[in-house]
Design a protein around this ligand. Structure first.
Ligand SMILES: Cc1cc2nc3c(=O)[nH]c(=O)nc-3n(C[C@H](O)[C@H](O)[C@H](O)COP(=O)(O)OP(=O)(O)OC[C@H]3O[C@@H](n4cnc5c(N)ncnc54)[C@H](O)[C@@H]3O)c2cc1C
Length: 394
């Protein structure tokens, strides 16, 4: 048996960010276990949009605190996270203009550089964009996307340099609890004793939670994306976009292609039976959604795609908590397809919670694990009318 001060389960962007931040706060004996390889889960497949626009202040704040890290990654963490600030448009339909104006005002008050713009202004700033169905848009000049694999690897490297032990090819099989307290984990390579365990296992959380009697509304979903080569004559390295009308998001991929995800609401799946390829009918829906906003893409060539697994929570928001029924157990669960961009701040908050007794970077209480049992699942007042049950991956 080996021992550690803190064990982290999961080598995705959340686990590695947490490992880095713990080490940066001076915790030395940290062990991270990953059942396959770094970024083997959702992180490696992420679209990795980095945008501040949410329909609630809490998530915007986490995204904003994370942006500060993405922008200054080499100095704060070390290495290159591949952040490209191409800018970002949030597009909403008619009837949602007031909600968008409200959300932009909240974000501006936080210090986020964002503005609400008219449909005419959107058409001017994004040539070729169809705007006849648009109510309004928000623009963020500092946002864009990152390389999710590079980000995870860089957090892991920075953690390793500060003394964290990374064990890949090592699966946690059980969280060991004695007298209501965590005492470590069992793994496929033996037991690791530790007074603190942090779970960041993405879509694979179920088998670790069930034996602890932790029954949260969590469902693994298969999420796809598709890449289209820019058609002849199209040369605009466009900003990232979330299109709330066509339930899609897109961003440049490489030097002459666009990556798009369409939110389907279907695809609940077993994370151990993941088909990593993209389905033919999904490609057709992506082409349709892309051409509905940028009509020139009606003639675009499909150049690839992939699928990954996320974990949707019952209200589409993560659970980030010190689990009240198990002393020493912390968790980030139910990433809900939006937790790449917030992972730098989430990792910092978890590290602060453990080292300082509470998170300092942001208030995590809205993410508490008990909200479902309390009958208060998360609901945004100023949303854009998303139909229930759609998955998200942006
Ligand atoms: C196609 C797609 C597009 C997306 N687009 C965006 C986007 O644009 N913006 C955004 O913010 N988010 C996006 N997301 C979501 C984002 O990628 C995830 O929310 C984020 O990566 C979750 O990180 P994580 O570390 O919590 O989980 P994961 O990356 O899934 O990591 C969990 C890790 O834990 C390991 N593991 C699990 N169980 C065990 C165990 N028992 N023992 C050891 N290891 C274990 C897994 O192998 C895995 O590597 C997207 C996701 C997908 C799939």
């Amino acid at each position: 048996m080996t021992s550690a001060d803190i064990v982290i389960v999961g080598g995705g962007v959340v686990g590695t960010s947490t490992a880095f931040h713990l080490a940066a706060l001076g915790v030395r004996n940290v062990v991270l276990v990953e059942r396959r390889h770094l970024a083997a889960g959702a992180s490696g497949k992420s679209g990795a949009l980095v945008r501040m626009h949410y329909t609630n202040e809490t998530e915007s704040r986490l995204a904003f605190e994370s942006l500060k890290i993405f922008r200054d990654f080499a100095a704060v963490v070390g290495g290159d996270c591949g952040f490209e600030p191409v800018g970002f448009f949030q597009i909403v339909g008619r009837g949602w203009e007031a909600s968008l104006a409200h959300n932009v005002a909240v974000q501006r008050a936080m210090g986020i550089r964002t503005e609400a713009i008219s449909t005419e202004e959107l058409a001017r700033r994004l040539p070729g964009c169809r705007v006849d169905d648009v109510g309004a848009a928000a623009w963020e000049a500092d946002s864009g996307f990152a390389d999710p694999n590079a980000t995870t690897f860089a957090f892991a490297d920075a953690a390793r340099r500060r003394g964290v032990t990374l064990r890949t090819g090592c699966t946690a099989t059980k969280v060991v609890v004695e007298g209501g307290r965590v005492t470590g984990i069992d793994t496929t390579a033996g037991q690791i004793a530790a007074p603190v365990v942090i779970l960041a296992p993405g879509a694979w959380a179920g088998r670790l939670l069930a034996p602890l009697g932790l029954d949260y509304p969590l469902s693994p979903y298969r999420i796809q994306v598709t890449i289209f080569r820019w058609p002849a004559g199209f040369t605009l390295r466009h900003p990232a976009i979330i299109d709330a009308i066509h339930h899609s998001w897109l961003r440049p991929e490489g030097r002459a292609s666009t990556l798009i995800g369409v939110e389907l609401g279907a695809g609940h799946g077993d994370p151990d039976q993941l088909d990593e390829g993209v389905d033919g009918d999904y490609v057709a829906r992506c082409r349709q959604a892309l051409a509905a906003r940028l009509p020139v893409f009606g003639e675009a060539t499909m150049r690839g795609g992939w699928a990954g697994m996320i974990m949707m929570s019952g209200d589409g928001r993560p659970i980030i908590d010190q689990i009240p029924s198990v002393d020493g157990l912390y968790a980030m669960l139910g990433d809900s397809g939006t937790s790449f961009k917030t992972a730098p701040a989430v990792g910092r908050c978890l590290a602060e919670w453990i080292v300082h007794g509470k998170p300092r970077t942001a208030d995590l209480s809205p993410f508490r694990s008990t909200r479902f049992a309390e009958g208060h699942p998360w609901a945004d007042e100023h949303h854009y009318g998303r139909p229930q049950g759609l998955t998200v991956s942006r």
